[in-house]
Write a protein that binds this ligand. Structure first.
Ligand SMILES: Cc1cc2nc3c(=O)[nH]c(=O)nc-3n(C[C@H](O)[C@H](O)[C@H](O)COP(=O)(O)OP(=O)(O)OC[C@H]3O[C@@H](n4cnc5c(N)ncnc54)[C@H](O)[C@@H]3O)c2cc1C
Length: 330
């Protein structure tokens, strides 16, 4: 998942470091993604794009921190301004990641890590990351320590984001199944937003997204108001089920008292892992659409930790048992 680079010497000239970082970023890209089956989008009516693969993979761009918000016990939302100001957009396709880059002292190679912007790709002048801090985490700690006015080098976009290029479906319902685990919500949210708002307000799209999200505790539920906003703006075509696996008493209390303005059908909480019960229910709804199967447009996306992938994907995994023929992984 993350690229770590060995400590060697700090005496090499900067130019060599920059070249190596560029090469490392490109190498990272090709080692972590396959281009086949993925499509890159291009932002429409965009003023100018900050990031264009592969140019901005080789030459890092500099963002400036304009805001940092601690949104729960371990996660920060960090807002950056783009170097070109309001005349620029990030151009990072929905669901795609960028690479952050920083060089701790004493390291020859910089540390590069992928993060998926949660801001709209066509948002002018700024970009937002949602960063969960891991104990001892090199990049996440660096990002959490950034304060307003400081800068961050980024490269990208990684060509691994899935762009859902099928036209909106007005004639028949189409069900998409999105499965996220923990911090894996960022690409899933970004992609869901781009699909659901394609035809905002026109009523011309009957695509529905069933999002199942596994978290350890209620305190790990981030982006809640953003998901609720998306539900409203997409006329309820997004259904969210949050599976809380931890058994902390405060999770139970906070779930029971959770006051959403939406119906419980639109956002509901369950106890336990993302399991065959909940996935079976959703696959059942999708099968009723009459368009079951990846080639018919009923796609399944997954972004979660290794343990989750292990239980869901592959021979004998829950999804295979439920008849899912293809799973798109971030
Ligand atoms: C395509 C892609 C997009 C991503 N987008 C985001 C994003 O939007 N927001 C975000 O917060 N993260 C995201 N990540 C994860 C991110 O890239 C880093 O892996 C993460 O922040 C940890 O990096 P680090 O340098 O802080 O930790 P490291 O220094 O690499 O690791 C430090 C410690 O943390 C543990 N650790 C690292 N990653 C995990 C993990 N996923 N689960 C459990 N323990 C872990 C390690 O085992 C180690 O003990 C994304 C990853 C990928 C592949």
């Amino acid at each position: 998942m993350a690229a770590l680079f060995a400590r060697t010497s700090k005496s090499l000239p900067l130019i060599a470091g920059a070249t190596l970082a560029g090469s490392a970023a490109v190498a990272y890209t090709y080692s972590k993604t396959t281009l086949s089956g993925h499509q890159l989008d291009s932002a429409q009516n965009a003023p100018s794009k900050l990031l264009t693969f592969p140019k901005s993979m080789l030459f890092p761009q500099t963002l400036t921190v304009t805001k940092t918000e601690q949104i729960n016990h371990d996660t920060k939302r960090i807002t950056f301004s783009l170097p070109g100001g309001e005349n620029q957009i990030s151009g990072v396709p929905a669901g795609s990641a960028i690479l952050t880059q920083h060089s701790p002292s004493g390291r020859w190679f910089p540390i590069l890590r992928p993060y998926t912007p949660i801001s709209d790709p066509s948002q002018r002048g700024s970009l937002q990351l949602l960063v969960k801090q891991y104990p001892g985490g090199a990049a996440s700690t660096h990002l959490h320590n950034l304060s307003v006015g400081q800068t961050l080098a980024i490269r990208g976009p990684l060509p691994g984001g899935y762009i859902y290029s099928e036209p909106p479906s007005s004639s028949s319902p189409r069900e998409l199944i999105f499965i996220a685990g923990g911090a894996g919500i960022t690409p899933i949210y970004s992609l869901a937003r781009s699909i659901l708002l394609q035809q905002e307000g026109t009523g011309n799209d009957r695509t529905r997204i069933h999002l199942v999200w596994g978290v350890n505790g209620a305190r790990d539920v981030v982006l809640r108001s953003e998901l609720e906003d998306l539900q409203r703006r997409s006329s309820g075509r997004l259904r969210v089920t949050i599976c809380v696996s931890g058994d902390r008493e405060e999770d139970r209390a906070s779930l029971l008292s959770s006051s959403s303005s939406l119906s419980s059908d639109a956002m509901r909480f369950r106890r336990g892992y993302v399991d065959e019960d909940i996935l079976g229910e959703i696959v059942g709804i999708a099968k009723e659409s009459g368009r079951w199967g990846d080639d018919k447009g009923t796609k399944v996306w997954l972004c979660g930790p290794e343990a989750m992938e292990k239980s869901l994907v592959g021979r004998g995994g829950i999804l295979a048992e439920l008849g899912v023929d293809k799973i798109h992984k971030f």
